[in-house]
Design a protein around this ligand. Structure first.
Ligand code: HEC
Ligand code: HEC
Length: 456
């Protein structure tokens, strides 16, 4: 009897243990699963917070942000039309006011599909100035007499462009420590005089700049000054070899010096001013911030505001391949190689008049600061407080879509890098140690890091 009791009891007891064990295992599995989904990768799927768009097509940079009100959505559409508008010589019924000197006739002619432009004249531009110690505090550089600080290489009928611009590419080869060869190219800008009244001084400093993508800039504008300033370490107090300096620039609208955010040397204060400057300098279209001598302008405040609003409210493409082990390893290597010290993976926006931009956690991969990138990338041309070798950390969100949006487009300020790998190999100065770390990685690790960049 006792035996049969035991034999009856034992399996029941065993079943309870088995059930308990299963429950425990399920619990562990569940907690791992939940933990995994709770612990958002620092880079995050929602690169642009609430403005993130589920689109990784060739139109990924051209999507309106989700969450706009009906009125905002209409305004975005109106701004889209402005961004695409091709200006023509006045007088004309539609979009008059081009030139007399200009670089391109529309925003979209340079920022193709709201992304970058090719490193070629027509889509890029050359900034110029003279190497004198005292810069004009309102311009940030010493203008070349007769030309100013930007070469307008196109002109309407009856006018002569500032100069003829030729870009020559020089190629050189190098090798990784493991013997893998690579090739790098860099541009040389040549200016030829076209207008007898505009001689080009022999000591003219030049800076070739390709248009960077414009999406996500509304979020970058909504990051509080103090969050950006907190990332600066101008005296490298933490001794990691990486300093990071803010640029301070003249704001013609507020008529004061403020933190610089936009442009490749953070040489412009706000999107409003950036847009107004693009109209007047790149297209020769005067506007309320940069009017004609008599105070009139080619476009009114409403057009300027609406175009600015369009840029502010473009969505940021979502990340991809978050579950790919190679991408995850690449992300770790990105942090280990100190890339993330400049390419800040996470920032928070503050207040904004545009609701969808306010208080967002974003993953722009920039600290919005200037870094000395070494002689290889230097243009030798100061821009407000930026020296000739400093550049603003390029935001890396959407960088993996660059070739999808515009095949053959280049990376870095002048588009010299044909691949993400070449872009890393050009890093020097404060980023020298990071580059060396990349170069000494095993081939597999380099591929993982590049795959991570392509997932952004
Ligand atoms: C000739 C080509 C060209 C045209 C036309 C042009 N841009 Fe740009 N854009 C550039 C370049 C080059 C830069 C970088 C400027 C610099 O570093 O000084 C830039 C920078 C910008 C930025 C800053 C992006 C960032 O990440 O800091 C915005 C925004 C922008 N442009 C908007 C516009 C708008 C709006 C228009 C039309 C009104 C326009 N652009 C017309 C070439 C162009
Ligand atoms: C000291 C700061 C710093 C560090 C460290 C750094 N970068 Fe950069 N990165 C920059 C700056 C500044 C630029 C823009 C340079 C230019 O335009 O000439 C840039 C540009 C880039 C670009 C080109 C982006 C574009 O849109 O053209 C890529 C890709 C990039 N970095 C990846 C990396 C990777 C990967 C690492 C680590 C191996 C790294 N960076 C480390 C500051 C840094």
């Amino acid at each position: 009897m006792a035996n049969s009791v035991i034999s009856l009891e034992f399996p029941r007891w065993g079943r309870s243990i088995a059930l308990l064990a299963i429950a425990a295992l399920l619990g562990i599995a569940l907690s791992i699963l939940l933990h995994h989904s709770w612990k958002d990768s620092p880079s995050g799927l929602l690169a642009g917070g609430a403005t993130t768009v589920h689109n990784r097509s060739s139109r990924a940079f051209s999507q309106p942000s989700p969450g706009l009100s009906a009125e905002e959505f209409d305004r975005h559409g109106e701004g889209d039309a402005n961004f695409d508008a091709v200006f023509v010589t006045a007088p004309a019924l539609v979009n008059p006011g081009l030139g007399p000197l200009f670089n391109n006739a529309s925003c979209t002619g340079c920022h193709i599909k709201d992304g970058r432009g090719m490193p070629q004249m027509g889509q890029s531009l050359v900034r110029v100035s003279l190497p004198q110690p005292t810069i004009d505090p309102h311009i940030g550089a010493v203008p070349v007499p007769g030309i100013g600080v930007q070469v307008r290489d196109q002109a309407i009928y009856g006018h002569v462009p500032d100069a003829k611009v030729t870009v020559e590419w020089q190629e050189r080869s190098g090798q990784y420590p493991d013997g893998t060869p690579y090739k790098l190219r860099s541009p040389q800008v040549l200016l030829g005089q076209l207008d007898p009244k505009k001689p080009i001084p022999a000591n003219t400093l030049t800076s070739l700049r390709v248009p960077p993508p414009v999406f996500g800039t509304g979020l970058l504008e909504a990051i509080p000054d103090k969050a950006i300033l907190a990332l600066a370490d101008p005296d490298d107090k933490n001794k990691d070899g990486i300093s990071g300096q803010p640029n301070f620039v003249w704001d013609p609208q507020q008529k004061t010096t403020v933190l610089g955010r936009f442009g490749l040397k953070a040489n412009t204060s706000s999107l409003h001013v950036q847009t107004a400057a693009a109209y007047v300098n790149d297209m020769g279209v005067t506007n309320p911030i940069f009017p004609e001598a008599n105070g009139s302008s080619d476009i009114d405040a409403q057009v300027l505001d609406t175009t600015t609003f369009y840029v502010q409210t473009l969505g940021v493409p979502e990340r991809t391949m978050l579950d790919d082990p190679q991408v995850q390893r690449g992300e770790k290597l990105f942090t280990q190689a100190n890339c993330a010290t400049c390419h800040t993976p996470m920032l928070k926006t503050g207040k904004s008049d545009i609701k969808v931009l306010a208080n967002q956690t974003i993953h722009p991969y920039t600290d919005m600061l200037l870094h000395d990138m070494g002689l290889g990338l230097a243009d030798g041309r100061p821009d407000f407080e930026a020296t000739g070798s400093e550049w603003r950390t390029a935001p890396l969100w959407g960088v993996g879509l660059t070739q999808t949006v515009l095949p053959y487009s280049g990376y870095l300020h002048d588009g010299r890098a044909r691949t993400l790998e070449e872009a890393i190999l050009w890093h020097g100065g404060e980023a020298e140690a990071s580059k060396t770390e990349f170069m000494t990685m095993k081939n597999d690790d380099r591929s993982a890091l590049l795959k991570f960049l392509n997932s952004l």
